[in-house]
Each structure stands twice: as structure tokens, then as C-alpha cells.
Design a protein around this ligand. Sequence first.
Ligand code: ATP
Ligand code: MG
Length: 573
Amino acid sequence: MKFTNMFMPTTKETPSDATLASHQFLVRGGFISQSGAGLYDFMPLGKIVLDKIRAIVKEEMDEAGANEMLCSFVTPKSLWDESGRSSTMGNELLRFKDRKAAEYVLSPTNEESIVNMVRNRITSYKNLPVNLYHINLKFRDEARPRFGLMRGREFLMKDAYSFHASQEDLVREFNLMEETYKKIYNRLGLEFRVVEADSGAIGGSGSKEFHVLANSGEDTIVICPDCEYGANIEAAVRKKRHFDAWFENTDAPTSMEKILTKDLKTIEDVSNFLSVSKAQNIKAVMKKAIFEESSEAIVFFVRGDDELEETKACNAVNALELADISEDELKDLGLTPGYCGPFNLPTGIKFIIDNELKNEVGLACGANEEHYHFVNTDLSLIKDAIYKDLTIVQEGDTCTCCGGKLQYTKGIEAGHIFQLGTKYSSAMNANFLDENGKSQAFIMGCYGIGVSRLVAAVIEQNHDEKGCIWTKSTAPFMVDVIVSNGKKEDELNAGLKIYEELRKNGISTILDDRVKERFGFKMGDFELIGFPYAVVVGKKLQDGLVEIVDRRNTSLKIEVAIDKVLEKLQELI
Ligand code: ATP
Ligand code: MG
């Protein structure tokens, strides 16, 4: 390919809303063009990169024995009614009607489509397992589309769905997919981490995410420096902490006592007053849980120095989301903000206690009465308590696997694999006959990779202040042959010769043969677009020499004889 033949509109203009390097450089480098909120066109360079990533994903999925198919992008809403997700997916699901007033959705994921494809076609365990995948558009009407390709509304995903006769066979495929994903990210040249994850709206049990490590990542992941443990903060666990009971280091009484704590509403104030650490208090976090068709005030009790993790809290009560709740609303329910505790709560108020507090003694908490707290409590006395994991794991907490000190890092979710079980097959009545001739719902897994998000993730992990630095497997072209002065016929001819030679030897090459553009401008485009190597044909040509530039270190220029360019590049690549 030659620059003079290709539509590559590079620009110095940075979109005003582009905060991420990938967003800025992909637009400036002429890879993508925004057409609407969360909607992007891929221009020629962007399409080449997207296709390269897609090809690697396809090759590895095929290698793992999955079958490529293609579901329609528009799906009848009736399928979503069958699974129940037409109501649980909320506003991310874009619904519309056709001319006959029939209802449809734009696929945000394809569990329903695939169950519909397989049911009544596979009827016996003899035809299982099978793994079906496609690489297709998705649409999610994200509340805040942002960061360019990172969180679009329309995006390209590889999604695979497997069907099994047993849980063991599902686990085998799940592990195979994990290995396949690792191969894919390794081939893409990315630094990544596999972590335990929350299953989100897709559902099921047991899921893992694949995170491309980058400071700009939207997700916080918890990792252990001493072992393999890694988890999204939404699913991370830690070793239970222990604190001495309050009465052990004071001469406090040995049974629960109500004490006056006038105007002491915060954990901090109460801890100072009692001379105990914040961890020796119980904190009440009052929220409104939003369900499909209703909402309810719920009190979550956590240790005084812990914070509520919203995803965990939602999962604990099966809510779609949590909302804040006003003081007036709380008072109407009989609650006492600032003095709320798990003992003597007004009847009918639902509450959940964090696992960390199970059977703890000696903690202080609100007495559900203005200006009073209980001290020296015993949580085992609350017989109907429900305990769940509710809190955010903090840096420095202890790893449950090895006792190491947990750390935070930032990641971009580039893939997610789930053990779905029978959630969709049961709901949609998709069954097979097992070995004993008994009808069973298919046991399913599903496996997603954000193909278009990966275009951005590669750049988040690989860029400098000048622009993109593509990895070797994702680069739109491996080598940019830059003719320093396009008006000089000898330079142009030499450039052309090198270009032809590299191409003949299987190295994807582009020739910057532009006549009007100056050398500095061409070099700027090389740096902005981020081809891994440039060959500069310039003044030294008289001595039979050209320069090879490595995009990762542009100040280092390697002088080579013109007939050694191929050899040198083969060595580098
Ligand atoms: P996120 O938590 O980032 O919203 P998700 O958990 O909703 O993602 P999945 O349903 O697991 O996403 O989808 C599989 C993959 O598709 C994700 O791992 C991610 O790489 C990609 N993906 C999801 N949403 C988007 C989006 N809005 N834009 C681009 N890629 C996306
Ligand atoms: Mg996910």
C-alpha cells in the first residue's frame, strides 16, 4: 500500500471529550471517526487493525474446536421475553418496532439467539458438547458511552456459547476457553491478568475476566504479589480480620449496654469517644434497592472502617441497582440516621450483615434511638441475621490463598467467560435426552471478547506522547518506508525498490511516497500512526545507506546498507 493511494486522514485536532490516549490517537491517527454518541466508523487503517485482532481471535477459537456461525443482529423481543431479560436488562436493551408493530431488540449479547438456534436441533447427549461462536456487532445503550472504542454503544464482540450434558464437561470447556483466551492475548502482545469476576447481568455462577493492564483501566483489580490470586474488586475476597473486643482493653461491662452518645453520629466521633478503633464499630449503610418492579429500603451493616461494595450489595439482595435514600424517607420508616444498628431495628426493615462480622463480639453500634449507642454487643444473638460478603477489599488486606498483602492495579476488561449452567436453557425450555433417556436442560457456558475494545486497549498499553505504538501482531503495517523528499527521483525509486522487496518477502509494508509533504511531517505521521518500524530513505542514499527507526525508541536510528534492509528487518521482526 502507498500513502498516496490510501485514505488516512491524520490530524492535529484532538476531540474535546477525548481523555484517554487511545481515544485521542485513534482519532488523530485516522483510524476511527465518531458518527454519534458511542458510534464509530472504522476508517481504512482502523479496519485493518480490527481485522487483524479478529483474525487472531478466530484462529484460536477454531483451533479450540469451536464452530463459527452468525446470529442476526436484530432479534425478536419475544425471545427476550422467554428468558425474562426483556425486563431485567433495563435501558441498555434497545427496543424498537417494525412497520407491523412487531417488537425487536438490537442484540447486546446472544444467549437467547443461540438457545433458540440449538433447541429442537440437538436433542440427544450424543450430539453434545458443542461450542458455537460468532464475531458480530453488539448494541448496548450504555448510560455513559465514553473513552472512544473502550465503551461504545455499538461495538464488535466475539461471543461463544457452549452446550453440555454435564457440569464436568462444562468445566472442561471453561478451562479450555481460559487457555484459548490466554493464547489470544499473548499473540496480541498484551500484558494481561486473569481474575475472578462478578457475573453481572449475564448471570450464572463462576466467571473469570481477562484484564489488559493499563493505568487508565476503568476496573480496579485486586492482586496478590505473592501468588496467582487476582479478582475484580467487585468479586475480591480477603482473609477475615480480627480485632480485640472492646472490653478486653477497657474495664467495660461484659454484657450489651446502652450508652449516651449525644450528637455523636459518625463512626469517627463514636470511636474517639469510646477510645476504640473504627474497626470496632458497626457501620450502617442505608440504601434503596431497586428491583424490576419495586424498590425497598435495606440496611447493610459493615465494619466501621469498611466500605460497601455496590455490586456485592446488589447481588446480596438480588437488586438491579442501589440508590441513595433521603433522611426524611429513613425517618418515615422509623430508622434513626446516625444511630442505626442491627439490634432493635424497627420491624419489617430488611438488613444484611457483612460476613466479616459473623459472630463478632464487643463491637459498638447505633441503638436505633437518637443519641444512643450499644457497646459490647454480641452478633450471634441476632438469630434471623443474613450474612453476605458486602465490602470492598482494601490494599494491604490479607490474601486468603497465601497470606500475602493484597494490592490494587488497574485493568481494562477485554474478555469475560461464564459458567452459565441452565439459566437460559431452563427458562427457554431447551432440553436434550440424557444417557438414561431423561429430559434435561442443556448446561451452558458463554465466553466473550471485546474485539473493538481491544483496538483501544492495545494503545492504552502501548503509546507515548507522540502517538500509537502497535504491537507486531496488531500493526496496520509492519514497516513504513519513508521517502524523505518525494521530489527526488532517486529517493523515490530506492524507496519503491525497498517497498517491493519487503512485500515480496511477506513483510507488510506501506510506502510514504507523498511528494508535497516534508520529511518532518512524514515522520510525525509515522509516530502518530505507530507502525513498528520505519525505513528512512534520505540524504545518505548517495553512500548507499538508509536508516531503520524503531517506533519504541525513535531516537535510535540504525544505519544500514540498502541491500541489507530486508535482512536487518527480518532480524528485528
Ligand atoms: P463492562 O463491565 O466493561 O461494562 P460487561 O461486563 O458488561 O463489560 P460482557 O457482557 O462481559 O461486558 O461482554 C464481553 C466483553 O465485551 C467485555 O469483556 C468487553 O471487553 C466487551 N464490552 C462490553 N461492553 C462494551 C462496550 N460498551 N464497548 C466495547 N466493548 C464492550
Ligand atoms: Mg463482563
